[in-house]
Design a protein around this ligand. Structure first.
Ligand SMILES: Nc1ncnc2c1ncn2[C@@H]1O[C@H](COP(=O)(O)OP(=O)(O)OP(=O)(O)O)[C@@H](O)[C@H]1O
Ligand SMILES: [Mg+2]
Length: 507
């Protein structure tokens, strides 16, 4: 039997260099995808991972970079994603690309609807095939519902289903598990292993290094656009990976424990919310208090109602909801987003592209939008102080951008996410609701972000943090609330919260 290393790679990039205004995104990068192999690509935010993937997937056309691509040993040029697709390459990009008002099934088969007699769209077959693919992913999504009625995690599943609807020679996944919870991610990883065992090539990008170490056959590390290491899985440990990614040793770093919680500040009583499409309760009689100075982690499976709960508390749930939410300090309940903001509640939403950023505005404006009034003296904005504060937060979170005037659109995915969270870290609110704040953020920046969140809590902010990554929930939370089918499955004190107990309460 020939091992994958003996045969020519299915796809190879040689000496790729690509520039954007003010940045060299890739510098003489060589990378290959072999059949029967899972090749992981890791690196800090802005290292160049997505840029390389966009070249392999035909988004950046053949004349936008220097260097060459070889398909099964022969020079190739991709001028569009269609070219890459017809070579047997499927890509799941970091930013979702679904059409919101179309159904799950329609999105899965977009542009490739099964047809009868060659031209009539065969909807029965489309529904049947969509169900087969989704059940292979252990997903129970309602295939007739529009994708806009689902959260980011479910949309990610649709995106995955679309990429695997037909057998491809190479599947490239750019952070597919960033919004998936543990069981869903494990599911995806075992699917990738099956594809590899069938002889397909897989390229896998993730900031979750445990996943990378569990699934990869080979790992390549990018730093500042250069390959700083590549080798078989056996050559790597978690520490070595981190060291190669950030260029320094991060071991032994941890976020300090909090100073302990103060008096209750936010009260949530018997809160419920219904799904706009089905009318079913997605949040069901949830009650808890959030204390000054504490970080309450919220864990649970996809669809357990975590995001819906945060939106409801913030007064932003778009369908029917009830129950009571009020702050200790305010004389009246929170009934709307403007009540929430006025009373000092802030929400960092899950879907940054839809709710968290104005993409074509500069970094500075995105950081400052909600704060500018506070920098005004007698109607004039104190630009110098505002700029200094913005630079400080950008520095602490290591936001990589050519300047604060660069439109957010031009930043890497993780750097965009740092801005969404960063704008709330500049001026602490009384209550901060964070929905997957560290999604897509690299290890170094994540550590710094958690340290800032802990500092905010120590200064008195009450923090509620939804996260699908158990290690991060456990590292940061004083208490953990586990959601299960819309209800509170358990509330665990920090010392009692173990991954096992959380999973037990979640399923
Ligand atoms: N369309 C663009 N215009 C200008 N600069 C860009 C563009 N796309 C990417 N860049 C820059 O290229 C560099 C590499 O970005 P890339 O998106 O490849 O990083 P990444 O490794 O995928 O990071 P992340 O982990 O945050 O997703 C960054 O400095 C980024 O700002
Ligand atoms: Mg990226």
């Amino acid at each position: 039997m020939t091992s994958p290393a003996d045969t020519a790679p299915f796809l190879e990039a040689r000496g790729i260099t690509m520039d954007f205004p003010g940045v060299r995104a890739l510098d003489r990068v060589s990378f290959s995808a072999r059949c029967g192999e899972i090749h992981a690509l890791v690196g800090e935010n802005g290292a160049g991972k997505s840029t390389l993937i966009k070249i392999l997937g035909g988004i950046h056309p053949g004349d936008s970079y220097a260097g060459e691509l070889l398909l099964e040993g022969r020079p190739a040029h991709f001028w569009s994603p269609r070219d890459a697709a017809s070579a047997g390459i499927a890509v799941i990009h970091q930013e979702l690309s679904l059409i919101p008002h179309l159904s799950v099934a329609e999105n899965i088969f977009l542009g490739a609807e099964p047809r009868r007699c060659g031209f009539i769209a065969d909807f029965d077959r489309m529904r049947h095939d969509a169900e087969t693919i989704l059940s292979g992913l252990n997903s129970e999504l309602e295939i007739a519902a529009p994708v806009s009625s689902f959260g980011v995690a479910a949309q990610q599943m649709v995106e995955i289903a679309r990429a695997i609807r037909r057998e491809n020679r190479l599947l490239i996944l750019d952070e597919p598990t960033a919004s998936l919870s543990e069981p869903e991610s494990l599911n995806l990883l075992s699917l990738l292993r099956r594809m590899r065992d069938r002889g397909q090539a897989v390229v896998y990008i993730s900031h979750r290094l445990d996943e990378v170490l569990a699934v990869a056959d080979r790992i390549t590390v990018l730093r500042d656009g250069r390959v700083v290491g590549t080798g078989d899985r056996g050559d790597w440990t978690r520490e070595r990976l981190i060291c190669a990614m950030v260029g320094r040793d991060m071991s032994g770093k941890s976020v300090a424990r909090g100073k302990g919680k103060g008096e209750p500040i936010l009260h949530v009583r018997d809160v419920w919310a219904t799904d706009p499409a089905s009318g079913k309760r997605v949040v069901d009689r949830v009650s808890f208090d959030l204390h000054r100075g504490e970080i309450l982690g919220v864990a649970g499976l996809m669809g357990s109602g975590r995001t819906e709960l945060a939106l409801t508390i913030f007064g932003a749930w778009p369908a029917a909801w009830g129950g009571a939410v009020w702050l200790e300090t305010a004389g009246r309940p929170v009934r709307s987003v403007s009540d929430a903001i006025e009373q000092g509640v802030a929400l960092v939403p899950e879907d940054r592209r839809r709710h968290g950023l104005v993409l074509d505005f500069p970094v500075f404006d995105n950081l400052m939008l909600v704060h500018l009034p506070r920098y005004a003296k007698a109607g004039v904005t104190d630009e110098a102080t505002a700029a200094r504060d913005a630079r400080a937060i950008a520095g602490r979170l290591d936001i990589r951008a050519p300047s604060l005037q660069t439109p957010v659109l031009r930043l890497s995915g993780g750097n965009q996410q740092k801005i969404v969270v960063g704008k709330w870290l500049m001026r602490p609110p009384a209550v901060l609701l964070l929905d997957e704040p560290a999604r897509g953020i690299d290890v170094g920046a994540k550590f710094e972000m958690f340290r800032i969140i802990r500092e905010l809590a120590d200064e008195g902010t009450a923090v509620l943090m939804i996260s699908s990554e158990l290690p991060e929930v456990l590292a940061l939370s004083d208490r953990v609330l586990v959601m299960r089918r819309g209800r509170v499955g358990a509330v665990l004190e920090g010392c009692d919260a173990t991954p096992e107990r959380i999973m037990e309460a979640a399923v």
